[in-house]
Design a protein around this ligand. Structure first.
Ligand code: ATP
Ligand code: MN
Length: 444
């Protein structure tokens, strides 16, 4: 039967009991269909929310999961306590059939299996929910900075400089030999470009894809991920920390306020206590602990970590998580790390051995933000570049920012997938991005 498609379509997320007694036109994909003895029950999902709408027909319409349909019918109060309302079907039209080979005919697939069908996994409850939360968080990122009059700057994906001076870059090759006249890479951070605009517009942020060829098979690393990098003129480390704390709190609050159905689903399916864990983030100020004190705490803990703790050695995820989960029980900001562990652009502290940097650590994940005050003194910055085995002449344009009207300035990078992972409670970062890229993984 044909349904008049000139009708105004109602999204399932917009159906509420106020519409009972009205005829509605809905379109979506069948999640389940039971057809017997002259009646058919269909659970329809249109992606607008985690909720399905139940359809009832007094005909036998044997359709399979995955089939797309248009439906016109009357919204009525449901006799079953399972749902508040349902649609009595007047007209139903099959748009595209799905047969028994549709891989999601059965429920209960593992996340590992679903990763192999990344083109179809958005049709599951889990990946629909992740995608909706992720979308809302992207909006909340812009909302946070735009409300503070930060300017959104789009920095390049292709770059010729290695921001960290530490490899882990993807190099570009082109059909035209030596296309750029020099070696070029996919960017691992927009920070250096961001600084050019912060030292002109005052407060800016970037939000874009970032690439790192790290061969780490962890549940927290991707080869392609999205990063948000605010950069602020006239901010010192303390103000940088305050902004980072407000930013994380804003994202968490936005999720609690706007993604209730999806968070309830994650709470039920993946992590008991998820919402309480997020509420704590809003309630408590983020504790601040210096790297030196953190090392002291770890040494005194009496715990035998896999990686030994020693002043001057980098903290591993197990150390970060111990501090966030056991010592603090919530987000914590560690600051002033040894300069030997950090990139050349971080501002030297007066003690001669640490730099004005900060990492925001959260339970379950560890680091979600890394940032610093930048070295604004020309001579010290040149010295920092040399001491990292790099050549100041390669950074001439960056040094110009210190030659002409230099100002103290600071910024940080928030890994977008890491924060969405934190907010949804999903265990693996590969389930947070639509089509994950990691060592040995580049399908679809
Ligand atoms: P880690 O020690 O966890 O590898 P990092 O010190 O290399 O992180 P930064 O260079 O400070 O990280 O990058 C800023 C933020 O970007 C990190 O705090 C993290 O949230 C995110 N991030 C870094 N590397 C990755 C990655 N490979 N995949 C996803 N997110 C990442
Ligand atoms: Mn890293």
């Amino acid at each position: 039967m044909m349904v008049d498609t000139k009708l105004k379509r109602t999204k399932v997320s917009d159906i509420d009991s106020d519409l009972i007694g009205k005829h509605l036109f809905v379109q979506g994909w069948i999640r389940t269909c039971r057809s017997q003895k002259g009646v058919t029950f269909i659970e329809l999902n249109d992606g607008s929310s985690i909720k399905n709408i139940q359809l009832i027909s007094n005909k036998e319409i044997p359709l399979l999961t995955g089939t797309s349909i248009s439906v016109y019918g009357l919204l009525v109060k449901s006799p079953s306590p399972k749902q508040p309302f349902e649609i009595q079907v007047d007209q139903l039209e099959v748009i595209g059939e799905a047969d028994s080979t549709f891989p999601l005919q059965k429920k209960g697939h593992t996340l590992d299996f679903l990763r192999e069908i990344a083109h179809l996994r958005p049709r599951t409850n889990t990946f629909g929910a992740v995608a909706r939360v992720r979308s809302r968080m992207a909006f909340a990122v812009h909302e946070f900075f735009q409300n503070r009059n930060f300017f959104y700057v789009q920095t390049p994906v292709i770059t010729s400089s290695d921001c960290e001076g530490a490899g882990e870059l993807f190099e570009l090759v082109s059909e035209t030999k030596n296309f750029f006249g020099k070696r070029a890479f996919l960017t691992c951070s927009g920070q250096l470009n961001g600084e050019c605009y912060a030292t002109a517009l005052g407060e800016i942020y970037t939000f874009g894809p970032t690439f790192r060829a790290e061969n780490s098979h962890t549940s927290r690393h991707l080869a392609e991920f999205w990063m948000i990098e605010p950069e602020m003129a006239f901010y010192e480390l303390k103000q940088n920390m305050e902004l980072a704390e407000s930013f994380v709190k804003h994202l968490v609050k936005s999720a609690l306020d706007n993604c209730q159905d999806d968070l309830n689903f994650f709470e039920e399916r993946y992590e008991k206590g998820l919402k309480a864990r997020l509420e704590i983030v809003l309630k408590k100020p983020f504790e601040r602990i210096s790297y030196t004190d953190a090392v002291e705490i770890l040494l005194k803990s009496g715990i035998k970590f896999e990686y030994p703790v020693e002043w001057g050695k980098d903290l591993q995820s197990e150390h970060e998580r111990y501090i966030a989960e056991t010592v603090v029980g919530g987000p914590v900001i560690l600051y002033n790390y040894p300069k030997t562990l950090k990139p050349f652009y971080m501002k030297a502290n007066a003690d001669g051995r640490t730099v004005a940097c900060m990492d925001v650590l959260v339970p379950k994940i560890g680091e979600i933000i890394g940032g610093s005050q930048r070295e604004d003194d020309l001579l010290k910055l040149e010295e920092g570049i040399r001491s990292h085995g790099l050549n100041p002449s390669d950074y001439d344009w960056y040094l110009d920012l210190r030659r002409y009207g230099t100002v103290p300035h600071s910024g940080f990078g928030l890994g977008f997938e890491r924060v969405v992972q934190f907010i949804t409670g999903m265990e693996n970062i590969r389930d947070i991005i639509a089509f994950p890229r990691a060592a040995g993984l580049c399908s679809f």
